[in-house]
Design a binder for this molecule. Sequence first.
Ligand code: UD1
Length: 337
Amino acid sequence: MRVLLTGGAGYIGSHTALTLIGRGHEVVVLDDFSNSSPEAIRRVEELAGVSIPVIEADLADREAARAALAGVEFDSVIHFAGLKAVGESVAEPTRYYRVNIDSTLALLDLMAERGVSRIVFSSSATVYGDPAVSPIDEEQPVGVGLTNPYGWSKFMNEQIIRDAQRARPELEAVLLRYFNPVGAHPSGRIGEDPAGIPNNLMPFIAQVAVGKRERLAVFGDTYPTPDGTGVRDYIHVMDLAEGHVAALEGAVEGVTVYNLGSGTGSSVLEVVRAFEEASGRPIPYDIVEARAGDVATVVADPARANAELDWRTTRTLAEACRDSWSWQSQNPGGYAG
Ligand code: UD1
């Protein structure tokens, strides 16, 4: 296939680009580089040994995107583009809704105009809110108790894609609900490069290990979990990338939803210890107040993706820590050097 990757220069997009090429697909990247670097694509090209067409455009600006994509051939789309910082979304809700919703609307219209019918969408386990059960399967309720515009925008985009499919029955749409992506390509050449202070646990820990930040703040230790800290389902970004390839290749008419997670939960303190072991560096931490909007436990039931896509995670948390450390230690300043 020839796959358009919106947001293809980002963390998950760049790893997926490399994995798609490895499977014999061609990729075209559309990115506005508002939170990513062209250097990521340069390194994917270097690792893959092919050159990748890159279109610099803001997908939310539909006229600009249409013009930029004129004459660019693609037969399927993976839609990664969007803003993803939870706290920022609370402070700037209109920007989050505009960017995350307008880009999906523009893309769906563009796909209809171009006769493209296959789309894989980056959704999130955040659509489950504070789940009543663990592990969570895809039939659990979504859109209840969401605490921030980022999460709502994922939920709304799922609904928009469902409605678009109803109007265009040939659409083959796959909604992928990611759990907690971590790690990097084992080469350490590409990885997660958050702007400013990382919001997410593993990039923060990696920056403590490399000496960029002094101490980790552990958000709460009185959750109803084995050690009191939050439990999440960490998925190696290369496993996640392979999940996208499987979803793209396995897409069928209609809308299909898959959890992409490992099915195993790890606590914050378990991640800290795993990273200390992988890096050989101490991770000093303080226990602080729980973060607003956080929940105790979020773990995937990935049975549907295992069965229908013949996909499962094969990499451990220890490997994710090793690869994240390899990326962080080789690129202490991210792609900027
Ligand atoms: C967060 C978002 C989620 C988003 C996902 C991927 C919230 C409430 N949720 O998930 O919507 O889809 O990122 O970007 O922000 N932790 C610390 N100290 C830190 C950072 C995190 O103790 O400095 C803890 C958290 O309390 C949590 C765990 O580590 O228990 C994982 O946190 P994080 O990496 O931010 O992911 P989520 O909160 O699960």
